[in-house]
Design a binder for this molecule. Structure first.
Ligand SMILES: Nc1ncnc2c1ncn2[C@@H]1O[C@H](COP(=O)(O)OP(=O)(O)O)[C@@H](O)[C@H]1O
Ligand SMILES: [Mg+2]
Length: 393
């Protein structure tokens, strides 16, 4: 969904080695990483804890210097002051001034960007409403829960109406409803306000639901890159979705499939989380190939000022936009990229037959490969989830 191919971020051979007190190489946090983020896309960096996501972001923001390689942001070196006002950043841990309230916090960041007072006031109120904190705006942020801190952090990242929004684990500590709200917000900012967004996460569903392209990191290295559709589609299989069939109908379908040379019915299942399976397979392969890793082994109304449109938008309009955005989320496509059919045709069997006949000869070979979803490695999943559950200090 990248529109004009303009690169917002371009990393080539990006490497970061942390040294110890005696300047010995201690940790290779990011290892010869190449990636590109195009204008107006939501790009995902997905990897387990310690895979180098935050280190990559810090190099993108000019907070850390690469040991080797280079990275450009909005066509410039990350250290150039001129680009700072075009970037919004939600850090992994929000660095909030404990004794300021939410309104003062946003006002403070607005002043750092030299936003004139009347604009600043309007933006602060719009953002507080957008992230659902208007009623808590007078409380000191030091008292906020982790979820509330994420919300105020996101509002802070948007105060300067940035072109590039960098979100480091944006949904950590949020409950499922808060998580959905943040994801809808990301989709809205991307689709309606044309923001380019980098989402770093160890949470598979976050990336699958909102990102158009994804890079999987492990041990600081790129393990896979591509659109969600490319990474997850299994070209040598055909999936047909219908309403529940009777045992008799399934048996007739099986016989029709077996009439095709060398074909058999591989599985009858309900849909599963396919990114999860792909991710686990990728990380497991990386674990086998590399002996060590440097880390873990295993609202409300949209702020009107964003995107330069100050006109007030009715909540109904916004809700319908958000609903439309989430309906067409990339993760909800079928393996073929087509929308799932709502009503099966009356002549289902005929369609089944013509679909199998229409396939190219190379697809006709025996397809005995078990779908990768059969045995998910729960230990890795548990490890990934541990951090989300960690209480705030
Ligand atoms: N300032 C630092 N000094 C030494 N090692 C670091 C530092 N920052 C990160 N690391 C190490 O680099 C690796 C990657 O960390 P990080 O980029 O935070 O991973 P992620 O964000 O994917 O969880 C980890 O092993 C981490 O311990
Ligand atoms: Mg991190």
């Amino acid at each position: 969904m990248s529109t004009d191919g303009t690169l917002v971020v371009h990393a080539v051979g990006l490497t970061k080695v942390f040294k110890d007190f005696w300047l010995r190489n201690r940790v290779v946090a990011v290892d010869r990483l190449d990636f590109e983020i195009h204008q107006h896309e939501v790009f995902g960096l997905l990897g387990p804890n310690g895979s180098g996501k935050t280190t990559t972001i810090k190099m993108m923001l000019g907070l850390l210097y690469p040991t080797r390689g280079r990275i450009s942001v909005l066509g410039k070196a990350p250290t150039e002051v001129a680009i700072k006002s075009r970037i919004g950043y939600l850090p992994e841990e929000s660095y909030l001034y404990r004794f300021l309230d939410a309104r003062e916090t946003l006002d403070y960041y607005g002043r750092l960007f030299q936003i004139p007072r009347p604009d600043r006031r309007r933006r602060v109120e719009q953002l507080l409403e957008m992230v659902g904190l208007t009623r808590e705006a007078r409380r000191r942020v030091g008292e906020y829960s982790k979820g509330m801190a994420r919300r105020i952090g996101l509002a802070q990242a948007l105060i300067n109406d940035p072109d590039l929004l960098i979100l480091d684990e944006p949904t950590t500590g949020l409950d499922p409803i808060g998580t959905r709200e943040i994801k809808d917000l990301i989709l809205f900012l991307n689709r309606e306000k044309r923001k380019t967004i980098l989402l770093c996460s160890h949470l598979l569903a976050d990336v699958e639901d909102v990102c158009q392209r994804v890079t999987i990191l492990y041990g600081g290295r790129k393990q896979a890159v591509g659109s969600i559709h490319e990474l997850l589609s299994q070209e040598n299989q055909t999936q047909i979705t219908t309403e529940r069939l009777s045992a008799d109908a399934i048996e007739r379908v099986r016989r029709i499939i077996e009439e095709e040379d060398g074909k058999s019915l591989l599985s009858i299942t309900t849909p599963t989380t396919r990114l999860e399976a792909f991710f686990l397979k990728t990380v497991r392969a990386a674990q086998v190939a590399q002996t060590k890793t440097s880390g873990a082994t295993s609202g409300g109304r949209i702020a009107g000022f964003l995107g330069g449109t100050e006109k007030a938008e009715g909540e109904a309009v916004v809700s319908s936009l958000i609903a439309a955005a989430s309906k067409s989320a990339p993760g909800q496509e079928t393996p073929t990229g087509e929308p799932p059919s709502q009503a099966p045709s009356s002549d289902v069997i005929d369609q089944l037959v013509s679909a199998t006949r229409a396939r190219p000869p190379e697809a006709a070979q025996e397809e005995t490969e078990t779908p990768p979803v059969t045995q998910p490695d729960r230990t890795v999943i548990d490890d990934l989830l541990k951090r989300a559950d960690r209480p705030r200090e």
